[in-house]
Design a protein around this ligand. Structure first.
Ligand code: AMP
Length: 487
């Protein structure tokens, strides 16, 4: 059955059941259907025959879900843009995506207030783009990862085949922003099984008192987040199964799961299933998974990312593109029906990252990895992509945006690690002219200027001003020497 029909089934049979809770606002299945239908009618009127992406600049408002469904009902993918994205970057996303409209939750509330009924005759099918998620691109431009309905269905089928999700019996805790595909897991596993999504907004997730209060009353049974978020929660002693008595399962994804974090979670949540899953946005949420048990912890450090999902292959390749023998290190390449058709409007980038392997569409992750008899290990990045508190950032993106500021002649950005985990970013800057004020004042000015171009989480915490960069033998800025300056 089509994904939209599976969701519509719940709207028909249980219109009063709650689909989404966000910031004390609720959206029932009935409202989701009527409002997304009303917006779908408006989209068709507004865009005519143009099957262009529908962009929405917001956060976790119920109107986001209304927009997502409205777009795909009309055969158009949606492109969420988080509200932390500054106008200049929103503009670039609009240009790159070719989106036909830029909506806001307020506008959607207005357009869909009266509800309606929409007969879909051009909804998104199989290989049509279902959503476009923008991630940091190494040249300073965001890149839009296109995910089709078939990609998404492959992920949902894996999850639903491997785990039980009780119809109308689950609450999915949603921590990831809607621009990060961990939220895709929450949204569509919940909506296709008639369940409730409980969103933690950014304000809530950064106000610890409010956060733990919310966790205490959310009734979550399913949890998907980065390990960083759980690690942060573990600072609070009462974060355990008394706070979340209904919790049954925790999926970790998006970055390395440290054995310490896993051990703490096992201790705090006895009887709760904990899984480490791995995957890039380009291969639809996750492609490997493994239950994290005490036995697994005793056996492996670092932890494996698990075994690959059915129907998909992981190939570990050397620089020449040849598969390496079992146990040896190489690049993780993913091949299968969950692999994206590519980056929107960027055939050049698509060709580089998605070259077919043995005739199958595949994605070169840029991750170092190893396959030990089918158990896969991820051993870090081959390039300048990092994860900061779960956010994917290309250091090259940041550097290009810094260099684009007229005050800056050259810039290098390095990750600052605490216990082997990236904790913040440091920018090394050669100014084009004289420094304005103290280091602190100059840094504050540059942070503001950069914040006009990039989301706040990408702005480096520290700035170091140098007259010039140390050079390596190739005449490039010597990153190793600069890292030594960090102490
Ligand atoms: P994103 O597209 O934001 O999901 O980021 C994908 C990248 O996050 C991967 O290419 C890996 O570098 C990293 N990643 C995702 N899951 C894991 C994991 N379980 N362990 C280690 N790294 C991970």
């Amino acid at each position: 059955m089509h994904l939209l029909d599976r969701i519509a089934h719940w709207s028909r049979t249980s219109p009063e059941h709650i689909a989404h809770i966000s910031n004390e606002r609720t959206l029932t299945y009935g409202e989701l259907a009527a409002r997304s239908d009303a917006l779908a009618l408006w989209l068709d009127r507004e865009l005519g025959e143009r099957r262009v992406p529908v962009a929405i600049h917001g956060h976790k408002e119920p109107e986001m879900l209304v927009t997502f469904l409205a777009a795909v009902k009309t055969g158009r993918p949606y492109a969420p843009i988080d509200y932390t994205t500054p106008p200049a970057r929103v503009q670039r996303v609009m240009e790159i995506s070719g989106a036909g409209v830029l909506l806001t939750p307020e506008k959607v509330a207005e357009l869909s207030a009266n509800g309606a009924t929409y007969e879909s005759d051009r909804r998104v099918e199989e290989d049509d783009p279902f959503y476009v998620l923008f991630t940091s691109g190494s040249t300073g431009e965001p890149k839009g990862v296109v995910i089709t309905l078939a990609n998404l269905e492959h992920y949902l089928a894996w999850m639903q085949g491997a785990h039980d999700f009780a119809p109308q019996g689950e609450v999915f805790l949603n921590h990831a922003p809607f621009t990060f595909d961990l939220s895709v897991h929450d949204i569509y596993l919940a909506l296709t099984t008639g369940n409730t999504i409980f969103s933690l907004t950014k304000e809530l997730a950064t106000n610890l008192r409010a956060l733990f209060q919310a966790l205490g009353k959310c009734g979550a049974t399913q949890w998907m987040s980065t390990p960083s978020f759980a690690q942060m929660c573990c600072i609070e002693k009462s974060f355990n199964s008394t706070m979340l008595p209904a919790l049954r399962r925790v999926f970790f994804c998006g970055e390395t799961l440290a054995p310490e974090t896993a051990a703490q979670m096992l201790e705090r949540f006895p009887g709760v299933e904990i899984l480490n899953t791995y995957g890039p946005t380009e291969a639809t949420v996750a492609v490997t998974g493994v239950p994290v048990t005490r036995e697994l912890l005793a056996q492996w450090n670092p932890l494996p990312i698990g075994r690959v999902m059915p129907g998909t292959r992981i190939i570990i390749r050397d620089e020449k593109g040849e598969p390496v023998p079992s146990g040896e290190r190489g690049e993780i390449v993913i091949a299968g029906p969950n692999v994206s058709p590519g980056y929107l409007g960027r055939p050049d980038l698509t060709e580089k990252a998605f070259a077919p392997f043995e005739g199958t569409r595949c994605y070169r992750t840029g991750d170092w990895g190893r396959d030990r008899d089918g158990l896969i290990f991820c051993e870090g990045r081959m390039d300048g992509q990092i994860k900061l508190h779960g956010n994917r950032i290309e250091l090259g993106d940041l550097e290009a945006n810094l260099r684009a500021l007229p005050e800056i002649a050259d810039a290098v950005v390095l990750p600052v690690k605490k216990h082997d985990v990236v904790d913040s970013l440091a920018a090394f800057v050669v100014l084009a002219g004289a420094k304005e004020g103290s280091d602190f004042e100059q840094a504050a000015k540059l942070k503001t200027r950069l914040g006009e171009r990039l989301p706040a989480y990408m702005v480096p915490r520290k700035f170091h001003f140098l007259p010039s960069f140390p050079m390596n033998n190739n005449g490039k800025a010597d990153r190793k020497k600069l890292a030594e300056l960090l102490g």
